[in-house]
Design a protein around this ligand. Structure first.
Ligand code: NAD
Length: 543
């Protein structure tokens, strides 16, 4: 449609369903869980709209019941990467030529499909495949993803509307072209919303993508790919190639038309990809855009004036929800001694009371960690803590992998604020806590800033305004998302744009205009209505 200046509908955050006993949403999700748990599907690659079966099948199991196979996926290899790149480049011509309003319409339709008929499918797949409780699945697979799509559409409109000034006699314009080539989206296991956003945010801006989802998130990713098809996303715009990162990342980064990387995952992997891109630089037609959101060692610092119950709740929700497997999860806590004296018993009792188990038992607050390797990593950290001097396991410490990969929510209390688990990301339900003398608040802020290489999220708990201001200043570069008297998890699209710097990534803030801009190449156009016809300036004349 040419003859209208249209406006994108005003975005709003998708309301979160409560799933209370007897509610209609509870009945719908249960029906979908039963259906998925009762079948074993086969997941192909989807390249240029074609179903591609490689014959190399890999099982997808429930982390909380690892004997139960939900699906088997066809593992993509280097050949499928090549086909996916070719399909992305092929689809690019028509997709980037389409009006931006039409592209927006596809993603607004995707948001509505997810808010309606696909909601329980993505929620159930996320619950069973990634071991999320219904609440954790709802805020991720349904609400956050709907929000990404709705808000990004409005942000794209805002970016396209930003135009330079035009003095009399000329018209200046800027168009935001997509990047040349294709975008490689390499996505993590822990958020269905992030996994879907990484290929689709660039696609909204006219790019086409090769999407390699995490092997531990492939079930929900597959249903996302089907939803996008139904929303009208043309074949080849997002090519779905499930498989293993080390096998596929190399070929995906070698092609001369590689235009950008949209990554979320661990710091180590992002660094290795960046190095690889650097080694390949001479091959590429453009300088690829590298956007990566990576690990965290997220903190809470509690001043002597902190509210006890608010602090306990923030540690428990921020540290243990989704088994601590959120990049924003609290994993190191610094508590003033006077506060610790008051809260220790209640905090330990609260952690001990947390119910954990199958996600279909709605009384559970926690479920299993994602896979065997994660479970082993947590067991090793807990065993090391048992024998380390100056370390006490104040709560939890039990693990059991017989049915699912279960790690009890664990609290380590350490004398040394530089102890290993205060510095390194474990990505599990293990929180390490250090008690500091009340009068050493300034020193502890310095320690918080210097202890870990990350800079993702953090929170201060205090009632004294001066203490809050001091933390805001001292921790300015310690966290890209900073919270005052709130847990450092649960960022909402449109409200708290998310991302951090230092070793935590490029801080391009997923679900924001800044992120979309990374996948655009601006072109400036100047049109002069009556161009000069004589090269001489008036100052050159004789009189
Ligand atoms: P991961 O780095 O193991 O995997 C991410 C993706 O990279 C997956 O698709 C995986 O298959 C692939 N991959 C793994 N090893 C690879 C290799 N050697 N070469 C190429 N590709 C490889 O991360 P994960 O376990 O899926 O997710 C957890 C990590 O993600 C944590 O570090 C967490 O902090 C981070 N994360 C960050 C954010 C954020 O916004 N900052 C959000 C979610 C998760």
């Amino acid at each position: 449609m040419n003859d209208a200046i249209v406006r994108v509908p005003k975005p709003y955050n998708e309301p979160v369903f409560a799933y209370a006993p007897g509610s209609s949403e509870r009945a719908s999700v249960e029906a979908e869980l039963d259906r998925m748990a009762g079948e074993e599907i086969e997941i192909p690659c989807i390249i240029g709209g074609q179903r591609v079966k490689t014959g190399r099948l890999e099982p997808i199991v429930m982390p909380h019941n690892h004997g139960h196979v939900l699906a088997r996926f066809h593992v993509a290899g280097p050949g499928e990467v090549e086909r996916a790149i070719a399909a992305a480049l092929d689809a690019k011509r028509e997709w980037e030529a389409m009006s931006w309003q039409s592209r927006v319409a596809v993603f607004l339709r995707a948001a509505e499909l997810l808010a309606g008929p696909y909601r329980m499918t993505l929620n159930a797949a996320t619950m069973l495949g990634q071991s999320k409780t219904c609440h954790q699945a709802e805020i991720d697979a349904a609400c956050e993803l709907i929000d990404f799509w709705r808000f990004n559409c409005a942000y794209a409109e805002g970016l396209y509307a930003q135009q330079p000034s035009s003095p009399p006699g000329m018209w200046n314009m800027v168009e935001l072209r997509p990047l040349e080539g294709y975008v490689f989206a390499l996505t993590p296991f822990n958020f269905t919303a992030i996994a879907a956003n990484l290929p689709t945010a660039p696609a909204l801006m006219g790019n086409t993508a090769v999407w390699k989802p995490s092997e531990s998130q492939t079930l929900a990713a597959y249903y996302t790919a089907l939803l996008l098809e139904e929303a009208g996303l043309p074949p080849g715009v997002v090519n779905f190639i499930p498989g293993f990162g080390p096998e596929l990342a190399g070929p995906a980064l070698e092609h001369p038309s590689f235009g950008g990387l949209h990554f979320t995952g661990s710091t180590q992997v992002f660094r290795s990809l960046w190095q690889r891109v650097g080694q390949n630089l001479d091959r590429y037609r453009s300088y690829p855009r590298l956007v990566g959101e990576t690990g965290g060692k997220d903190f809470i610092v509690a001043h002597a004036s902190a509210d006890d119950d608010a602090l306990i709740t923030a540690i428990v929700r921020g540290g243990y929800e989704y088994q601590g497997q959120k990049c924003s999860a609290v994993s190191r806590v610094y508590v003033a001694a006077s506060v610790w004296q008051r809260i220790e018993e209640k905090l330990v009792d609260t952690i001990a009371s947390i119910a954990m188990g199958d996600v279909r038992d709605y009384r559970n607050f926690m479920a299993a960690v994602i896979k065997r390797a994660a479970f082993d990593r947590h067991v090793a950290a807990i065993e090391a803590a048992r024998t380390a001097s100056g370390v006490r396991i104040a709560a939890g410490g039990e693990t059991d992998a017989s049915i699912g990969w279960f790690v009890r929510p664990t609290l380590l209390v350490v004398d040394d604020p530089g102890y290993q688990t205060m510095k390194e990301e474990l990505f599990g339900p293990i929180v390490t806590l250090h008690v500091y003398p009340d009068q050493k608040y300034s020193d502890v802020l310095e320690i918080v800033d210097q202890t870990s290489p990350y800079g993702l999220t953090g929170a201060v708990f205090a009632r004294e305004r001066g203490a809050i201001d001091q933390a805001m200043a001292a921790l300015r570069h310690s966290a890209g998302n900073f919270y005052i008297n709130d847990k450092p998890t649960g960022a909402v699209v449109g409200q708290q744009p998310f991302g951090g710097a230092r070793a935590s990534g490029t801080d391009d803030k997923a679900g924001s205009p800044w992120n979309l801009l990374r996948f655009a190449a601006p072109r400036t156009i100047k049109e002069t209505f009556v161009p000069p016809t004589d090269y001489r300036y008036s100052f050159m004349s004789d009189s």
